[in-house]
Design a protein around this ligand. Structure first.
Ligand code: FES
Ligand code: FES
Length: 159
């Protein structure tokens, strides 16, 4: 039976009826039409569904929507303010860290949380931080470089 859950998504209050097995990923994509978070493995193995819940990066495919009462969810769509890309998004574009783009939104959400807690990280720290996000295309070098540059040049804390 569906139950009502209220939470915030990208600063907007939402009250939605969700089934017991419904995941945050399903709610975002199917009910709210926020399709930045991607459905890849749907089982916690690829990271392309990553979003933030109360500032922490989580796999939305592994998060039951019913657990989100009073939580604050941020998706990749919420990083863009007044049509301006987040500095981390800009770094990905400028460094060519995107090919097919399927992993990109999840990768950025993981990196965003990481950079909010680590100033000027080195490559090993970055690679460790994104170990739960798989990319089939880029070979990771440009992704790591983009995160490193963003970490050196901007104040990325907060959302
Ligand atoms: S789709 Fe969620 S971890 Fe792969
Ligand atoms: S850019 Fe294609 S999977 Fe990462």
């Amino acid at each position: 039976m569906k139950k009502s859950v209220s939470f915030e998504v990208n600063g907007q209050h939402q009250e939605l009826a969700v089934a017991p097995s419904e995941t945050l990923l399903q709610v975002l994509r199917d009910q709210l039409r926020l399709v930045g978070a991607k459905r890849g493995c749907d089982s916690g193995g690829c990271g392309c569904c990553t979003v933030h819940v109360d500032g922490k990066a989580v796999y939305s495919c592994m998060t039951f929507a019913r657990s989100l009462q009073n939580c604050k969810v941020t998706t990749i769509e919420g990083l863009t303010k007044k049509d301006e890309l987040d500095p981390l998004q800009t770094a990905f574009v400028e460094q060519g860290a995107v090919q097919c783009g399927y992993c990109t939104c999840g990768m950025i959400m993981s990196a965003k949380e990481f950079l909010s807690k680590h100033e000027q990280p080195d490559e090993d720290q970055i690679r460790h931080a994104i170990a739960g996000n798989l990319c089939r295309c880029t070979g990771y070098h440009k992704i790591v470089r983009a995160i490193k540059i963003a970490g050196q040049t901007t104040d990325l804390a907060g959302e």
